[in-house]
Design a binder for this molecule. Structure first.
Ligand SMILES: [Zn+2]
Length: 59
């Protein structure tokens, strides 16, 4: 188990992820360099935010 660096919640890195969480995981590695540090929920929220507001990142 790990603790999420964003919300502090404990999470299981090996747990199944949703599509959003996978997208968030990719972003964590490519954009924020904190892959593996966030819980699936924070990854999902981040992916959703990026899809809504993050067009400048897709360059
Ligand atoms: Zn979290």
């Amino acid at each position: 188990m790990k603790n999420c660096t964003l919300c502090g919640k404990e999470f299981d890195e090996a747990a199944d992820r949703s599509l959003y969480a996978e997208a968030g995981e990719w972003l964590a590695g490519e954009v924020w360099q904190d892959a593996g540090e966030l819980c699936p929920l924070c990854l999902e929220n981040r992916a959703k935010l990026v899809m809504m507001y993050g067009h400048e990142i897709n360059s």
